[in-house]
Design a protein around this ligand. Structure first.
Ligand SMILES: [Zn+2]
Length: 153
């Protein structure tokens, strides 16, 4: 009987832990600001899952060859060969470099979207949709402020 009670206590405690420390908490615990020079807007997007205004990113016009890096930690995320003009007003990519991002389902604003964040530092970058025009079928819709472009050569 005592054993059973102890068992029930353990069970209820783990349930309590589950509700008190949901996934969101675990996720935010892995985020860390590395670049101390991030602007207020960059911090809001990357660590509060904000969104920049469409058609404001300088990177929309960028069409040189090179790589797009995380503005927070510098990790290499996209190759310029994957970039395309989606007409949405945000830099768009058909594929990310392998292992660059981790994803989670985002239910905010009454929508079910696939959020993605830097696998290295946890910073939010954008949402990935399955309506891309290329063979991958993917459309990574990325906030330009989260990216730093480094031309090749
Ligand atoms: Zn990063």
């Amino acid at each position: 009987m005592i054993f059973r009670r102890k068992f029930l206590k353990t069970i209820s405690l783990s349930f309590l832990t589950f509700f008190l420390f949901p996934y969101k908490f675990l996720y935010s615990a892995t985020k860390k600001i590395i670049n101390k020079n991030l602007s207020k807007e960059q911090k809001n997007i990357m660590f509060n899952e904000g969104t920049e205004r469409p058609f404001t990113s300088e990177l929309l016009k960028e069409n040189r060859e090179g790589f797009y890096h995380c503005a927070n930690c510098g990790a290499k995320l996209f190759a310029s060969s994957a970039k395309f003009d989606s007409g949405t007003g945000w830099p768009s990519f058909s594929e990310a470099l392998p292992g660059a991002f981790k994803t989670k389902i985002d239910y905010s604003f009454g929508m079910r979207r696939m959020e993605y964040h830097c696998a290295n530092c946890g910073a939010h970058h954008g949402h990935v949709f399955l309506d891309g025009p290329t063979a991958s079928g993917k459309r990574f819709c990325n906030n330009g402020l989260c990216l730093i472009f480094k031309p090749e050569n």
